[in-house]
Structures are given as structure tokens and as C-alpha cells.
Design a binder for this molecule. Sequence first.
Ligand SMILES: [Fe+2]
Length: 273
Amino acid sequence: MNEIIDLGLRVREAVPLVQITDCHLYADPAGHLRGAVTRRTFAAVLAAASHGAGAAALLATGDLAQDGEAGAYRYLADVLGRCGPPTFCLPGNHDVPAVMAAELVGPNVHHPWRVLAGAWQIILLDSTVPGSDDGALGTAGLARLEAALAAAPDRFALVVLHHPPVPIEGVTPLPVSLADAAELFQMLARHPQTRAVLFGHIHQPYEALCGRVQVFGSPATSLQFDTRAKPVRVAPLPPAYRRLRLMADGHVESTVCWVPDAMHAGHPGHGGG
Ligand SMILES: [Fe+2]
């Protein structure tokens, strides 16, 4: 997480990105999460995301493996290594960061903390807390964010992490699953070039405007949750990914792309890879 990558785009160019999140992959190819064979749903989503206009990079925003298994990361590294653009990876609460750092390696797969792209800087922050499903940036994470923002005051900033820094009904008993969300937004307010925050974890789409900051949460490549139901249940929605375009004027265009075919690909009774 110390690497700085420069994608080298022109400042007047939009930066097209794809976010994939909450893949919950297993070492066992048949491993499934509440009926969704997550390798199959992931493969179908990645195939759909690879169609059409090319992304400059993929952002993989955590819970990439269900149980932090080495075999799950090796599978993911193999698939992403054959994918077109580079992938920038972050851990989630289901990941084991040390195993992920050791095994999710290969061509096209990176774990940077800063990415420079056109008029933008993308800052990737590990929000995991060992032994907890909730997250925090901690003193060290906030210091890294401050350093990244201070290093590039003339670039718009997109902050990427796994845990939502905003309240999401039903996701956790806490009001916000990122413990230091208030400190995060205070810091972003001191650095007005920050224009967007992107996260995973919630297995459902979310979009809001917090001051000048566009905030995006995204559905999973595995399965979605209806967190407003009591108790929380699996939502009858297909796997998905998110497209983003970081515009040269500091605005972000984004859409969630649902992949209905992946729902059938992910059912354990269905044939295919
Ligand atoms: Fe997840």
C-alpha cells in the first residue's frame, strides 16, 4: 500500500473507471454465498464490465474473498491478470490483508495508496479493523489521507475505501460503520479539491451529495442485501458493478450496471463454468 501509480492521462480527459466490490470469492470453485456461486457471478460481472468503452482502471473495493483464503486471491489474480486495465485493490472486513497482499499479486494487479489520473488523484485507504466487521481509518489512515491531499492540492480527489462513512439503515447497529467518519469529513472539508468518496460493504447502491462531495456506495458482484428488511435479507437483485467517469471539471458521472445474466450463472444448480 505504498505504491504511487500515474496512469498518465491528459488533464482535460475524463477518467473512466469500473468499480467491482464484495466479490466474496472462495478457494473452492463451487463455493457459494447463500446460493450465489461467487466465482460465477464475478466472472459474469467482469465479462459484462469489459464490454463497451474501456476503463482506465478497475477499483476492487474489498470483501474480495469470503474467508481470506489464499486460493481465492490466487484465482482473482489469475482472472485480473488476463483482464485489460490495471486493478487497484483494497481489503474489506472479510479479507485477510496479509494473505491478500501476499497472494493477490501478478500482472495488472496493484495495491497502491495513490493513483494519479488526468486532473484527478485517487486515494485508496484500508478501513479494515482486525476482528471487526466495522471499520476505521485510525490515526495512521487519516494521516495518510492528509499527506496524499496535501501532496496534490491542484488535483481533484476521489477517496476510496471499503466501509461506508455515511449511515446506511440496517447495515450495522452503529449509526455509521466507519468509526471515524466525522474526522474523515472534517479533513475533506479542509481540502476542497476532494470531490468524491466511493465505498463497498453495503451490497446495495447508494448515492448522495455531502456538501461538495459526491458519495457513492455500490452493489456487489456476489449478492445484494435488503438492509431495510427486519431481519436483513437477500434482495432479489442481480450482481452488479459501477461505472464512473471522473470529469475534468471535478464532477463525477456514475451509473450502477446490473448484470441479470450473472444471477443465473451464480445459481448452484445452473451449468457452466
Ligand atoms: Fe461484503
